[in-house]
Design a protein around this ligand. Sequence first.
Ligand SMILES: NC(=O)c1ccc[n+]([C@@H]2O[C@H](COP(=O)([O-])OP(=O)(O)OC[C@H]3O[C@@H](n4cnc5c(N)ncnc54)[C@H](OP(=O)(O)O)[C@@H]3O)[C@@H](O)[C@H]2O)c1
Length: 418
Amino acid sequence: MHVSLVGINHRTAPIEMREKAAIGPDSLHAYLHLLRRHLQHGVILSTCNRTEVYSTGSRAGDVDQACVDFLGNSMGLTESATTCFYVMSDRVALEHLFDVSCGLDSMIIGEYEVLGQVSQALEAAEKSGTVNLPLRRIFESAIRTGRRARNETGISRNPLSISSIAVNKALDIVDDIGRCKIVIIGAGEAGRLALRVASGRGAADMAVVSRTLERAVRITGTCGGRPVGPDKLAVELRDADIVIACAASPHPVLHHRQVSDVMNTRPQRPLIIIDIALPRNVEPDVGSIYNVHLYNIDDLNKLADNHRQEREAEAAAVKEIIAEEAEILMNWLLAYSARPAIKSLMVRAEKIRAAQYHNSIKKMASLSEEEKQHIDLLTRSIVDKILRYPILYLKEGGDADRMKSINRIFGLDDGKEL
Ligand SMILES: NC(=O)c1ccc[n+]([C@@H]2O[C@H](COP(=O)([O-])OP(=O)(O)OC[C@H]3O[C@@H](n4cnc5c(N)ncnc54)[C@H](OP(=O)(O)O)[C@@H]3O)[C@@H](O)[C@H]2O)c1
């Protein structure tokens, strides 16, 4: 059985392309449904750093191509965008997923959020009925590996987040944190983290703009700041110094016209906007407005580099856990692939044993029930012993060559009697 991964991430594709391939939690079910047109089984993992499709199948080329077609066609990516795809197979694909779940493949090494996103990807695929046993096992192993990495190493000790990098970058630019005004757009996890960091650094004037006001009320209740509805966004922007945009919206929520109007009322006062959402919340040409300093998630990448270097020793320890878990999973997958061959071998052997046993018993009419049972057990145990090594041989690798040689030796191809 072949494991396939096709994806696009922050290392292979620019933000413009990644945001086209991004699938929000609200549309994941619809995309899993679409995936079924290309593949019987698959799991889609879409985070702010990547969109990946994992699948399994018997023919490597076919599964890889189906994943490429799904990503390319369904996400409306151009032909040239497919050059940004990576295609990985079998152990390499598994180890990549483990890297992802452990936070080694993230912009912020060791980040916690991605482990939850791996769990949610499996959960969504389960609900859509696109998970088979090997994929379930692969994702469960990835989740276990991610937990082990965080429990057994310091990879996630004092974790950073994109939100904290964004807020810290903005606050490092302004002169007086206590007097600056911060507007956070989005009251989800990213908004909560941003608010907590801003509050921790001494920001006093913080507004959280949320489509659902209760969510803003909830986070401002614990971290400080004022909850605001989206209709008040323009008013809040008039005297803002910093905007952290982190709403999970598929379309921009901050437009050129809106920001331009605001800036015309305050031409000499700079506005720092950090857009960490993917797809982006802020129209890119907002960055061209005089005195607006716009950054997106990729602009924060360099700031994450120092953090990445600090975590190198921990990353090496995580890699050891990954190798160990990948070995266990590969052995399971090999044994799983060999199951049909093992089954047909056992069925064939049992058929022969049972026929020989009944033929012989008919000729030995004087045997008691106890003696018959004894012979029955004896023949079963002989068959088990004979099959032990061929079965182990198949379990070590359920590849086509091994199955072919076992079929040949035991005459499973052509129905020959032993
Ligand atoms: N979580 C992180 O640490 C993290 C890190 C880096 C980047 N990001 C990016 O930040 C964004 C938010 O992530 P999250 O984890 O905070 O998501 P989340 O917990 O699901 O929160 C989503 C927030 O966005 C709002 N929202 C959703 N659709 C909207 C729309 N059409 N218009 C306006 N607001 C809308 C939601 O409001 P309602 O309650 O009204 O739905 C909610 O306040 C995503 O683009 C994500 O890729 C997140």
